[in-house]
Design a protein around this ligand. Structure first.
Ligand SMILES: Cc1ncc(COP(=O)(O)O)c(C=O)c1O
Ligand SMILES: N[C@@H](CCCC[NH3+])C(=O)O
Length: 434
């Protein structure tokens, strides 16, 4: 559920007219709803009520400082995958002592930064990494708290590029080798064994793969608790969101109308299945969801440049492009596209919605049915709060978009649109070319 809805003809985020945001800050602009983030966060927390749960929000989904601070204020720690993300949490005033540092290729500098700032644990992806962390911790004279990321080889039934828990993915230590790797870790004197971690993929739409993975890894967790005194089990992130009916799914009525067997995954169903599997372990549970918390909490506002009538199809050219939101080009993913001013008297238009980038893949939607819209009118690409801005690039020397956070009837620019001067600030023409 989320807080994007029409008030009469106008699309609003909470109590703010999206047209007003575009007038003030231009387009393309990402707009996030603070209330939606808070609601998702609380629902997730409630879903495993009764267990000792810490949400480590996956900052890679949306790492704007305002979003991080909002999550921190709600009680989140963070799941971080780079020194840059660690520094972002520090800059946002978040709690690193409730945060974990993951990733298959942590550098020595990044490990040092994590340890110096007292992260809750490092999530280790391989035996060579254990040795590296042990070495850095030794130089600092500290003990590094670690958990091994275990790869349970479970099919998450999601897009091949975002599945992470199969044996042919680069992530984690195969379950069969995990006990041995823990024995290796236990012998390294600068490490403290603190937990077990797993993550099987992103945009999971059923609870079954989560349950299968928890059941596969639970015996190892119980063993390590008995023999090494570990205190937590991180079951990763990955809860999927509704993309296809993105606008309608903001309302309770939409959920009520879904046949029970086809209802999208909810935190309540997730908690109902996983609580009985996790409770007997008696350990702290870490959740690392990103998309579920912020995905439906954001839209990308864009303006129509032209309607171009081609030989056999229409192209609606907008001012956002694949550099702003790469998901459709990268994963063929679906984002609902809606007008900011709705007008039911307009004729229907079927068009490819495309950006100005010089690639045929720069296409947000193929043969999409929309209301007829003309030059200068605004559209919203829904469910763009996760892996939207954080995956943006400057391809075609296009500036990074602006970001706005809405809270009730208030809204503020939380990232200025990049200027050309900022884009080229680190570049120079060398003397030998002058
Ligand atoms: C280790 C880890 N934790 C958390 C996440 C967040 O996933 P999601 O945004 O699907 O919840 C990811 C991304 O897939 C991940 O690799
Ligand atoms: N970037 C992906 C999700 C990857 C999650 C990170 N391991 C997406 O946009 O769906």
């Amino acid at each position: 559920m989320h807080h994007f809805h029409y008030s009469g003809p106008s699309l609003q985020c909470e109590a703010v007219d999206l047209a007003a945001v575009a007038r003030l800050y231009g387009t393309p602009t990402y707009v996030y709803s603070a209330a939606t983030i808070a609601e998702n966060f609380h629902r997730l927390q409630q879903s495993l009520a009764g267990l000792d749960v810490q949400i480590c929000y996956a900052a890679k989904a949306n790492s704007n400082l305002a979003v991080l601070r909002h999550c921190a204020n709600l009680g989140a720690g963070f799941d971080l995958v780079s020194g840059g993300e660690i520094r972002r949490v520090i800059a946002a005033g978040g709690d690193l002592q409730a945060s974990v540092f993951a990733g298959v290729g942590k550098t020595e500098d990044e490990i040092r930064l994590a340890l110096e700032n007292g992260v809750f644990a490092l999530h280790v992806e391989s035996e060579p990494e254990l040795a590296r962390i042990n070495h850095v911790a030794g130089k600092l004279g500290v003990k590094a708290p670690i958990a091994l990321r275990v790869n349970p080889d479970v099919d998450a039934h999601t897009h091949a590029k975002i599945t992470t828990g199969r044996s042919d993915n680069k992530f984690g230590i195969p379950l069969k080798q995990a006990a041995g790797a823990y024995e290796v870790a236990a012998k390294l004197k600068n490490l403290t064994l603190r937990g077990v971690q797993m993550h099987i993929g992103s945009q999971l739409t059923t609870v079954a793969p989560f349950a299968e993975a928890v059941q596969k890894v639970a015996p190892l967790v119980a063993d390590l608790q008995a023999n090494h005194g570990i205190t937590y089990f991180s079951i990763g992130g990955g809860m999927g969101i509704v993309y296809k009916d993105a606008l309608a799914s903001g309302a309770q009525a939409w959920w009520d109308a879904q046949p029970a067997a086809q209802r999208p995954l909810t935190p309540e169903a997730y908690g109902e299945t996983l609580t009985p599997l996790l409770a007997p372990l008696g350990l702290k549970v870490l959740l690392e969801h990103g998309r579920f918390i912020v995905g439906n909490a954001g839209v990308l506002l864009t303006r129509v440049e032209h309607l171009k009538r081609g030989a056999n199809k229409n192209f609606l050219v907008v001012d956002a492009a694949m550099n702003d939101l790469v998901r459709p080009a990268m994963y063929e993913s679906y984002h609902e596209i809606v007008p900011v001013q709705r007008d039911s008297s307009r004729r229907a238009l079927v068009a490819d919605v495309v950006g100005p980038v010089c690639e045929s893949g720069d296409c947000f939607a193929k043969d999409r049915q929309l209301q007829e819209v003309g030059e200068g009118e605004l559209l919203a690409l829904m469910s763009a709060g996760a892996y939207g801005f954080t995956m943006a690039s400057r391809y075609n020397t296009r500036a990074l978009a602006a970001e706005v956070l809405v809270n009730g009837s208030a809204f503020e620019l939380v990232r200025q649109r990049e200027t050309f001067a900022q884009m080229i600030a680190g570049e120079k023409v060398p003397a030998f070319l002058q």
